[in-house]
Design a protein around this ligand. Structure first.
Ligand code: SF4
Ligand code: SF4
Length: 103
């Protein structure tokens, strides 16, 4: 549980449902893949059979480049779109977790 002043909130874990990236490509995606429309699917969003989740190709890059993307894209900071997100809820259920699960 975290708090801003007296308001408490929970950070929800990213479970790789892909919803945020399927909804709109991020700034890094637009720059790296030279997208000219925000309704284009991000080419960096890849499905991992092994992990049964979506992953970001930019954040998976090796070395300093990958580290820089992970920093810019706030890897590890939790889900950016956890409210009323049926994609995330569905992924949690598939993975044996519970809807509303916190990090
Ligand atoms: S670059 Fe990565 S974080 Fe950005 S939209 Fe594509 S998959 Fe998502
Ligand atoms: S919507 Fe949340 S859980 Fe789904 S990929 Fe984005 S950050 Fe992860």
């Amino acid at each position: 549980m975290k708090a801003i002043g007296e308001i408490e909130y929970e950070i929800k874990q990213c479970v790789g449902c892909g919803y945020c990236c399927l909804t709109a490509p991020c700034f890094e995606s637009v720059v790296e893949y030279e997208l000219d429309r925000l309704d284009q699917k991000c080419p960096g969003l890849v499905w991992s059979d092994e992990e049964a989740m979506f992953r970001c190709e930019l954040m998976l890059k090796p070395g300093e480049e990958g580290k820089s993307f992970r920093n810019k894209l706030a890897a590890g900071a939790g889900c950016s779109s956890s409210l009323f997100n049926q994609y995330r809820d569905g992924m949690l259920v598939k993975k044996g977790g519970e809807v509303g699960e916190a990090q």
